[in-house]
Design a protein. Sequence first.
Length: 152
Amino acid sequence: MAKQMSRKPAKSNETGPASEPTLLSGGNPQIAKGYGNEPVQAYIAAMPGWKSDVGRRLDALIETTLPDIKKAVKWNSPLYGMDGETWFLGIHCFDKYIKLAFFRGKLLDPMPPVDSKTKEARYLHIAEDGKFDEAQFVDWIRQASRMPGEKM
């Protein structure tokens, strides 16, 4: 189980709801499990600092490329898939980067750059400068969307 950081959510008051999410160790937002766009948008809004802008960019690219995309948040990570039951992409925040997990990444051409200990997964890490090859990312999500997803 992930250890929580000492950072606590802000308390609600008359001016509005809590403004600070709980961040788990490594800086990943703690978001309740849920299906659809709403929990994914809550996760993106809770991504700390520069990561939220990158998260919005990633989500917009995915939606534009795959209008029928299905979304969920499980294990405090947004997941993207085509049928709502299996997933081809997951996002997770770490202190210094965002990790994009292509669950069948070893089947993508070219493969995402970061290897995994799991049999088929490959990763793309996005650092604080927020730079990544958007055209390559779009190509990967198109390829991945046509492959069997992972049941999670």
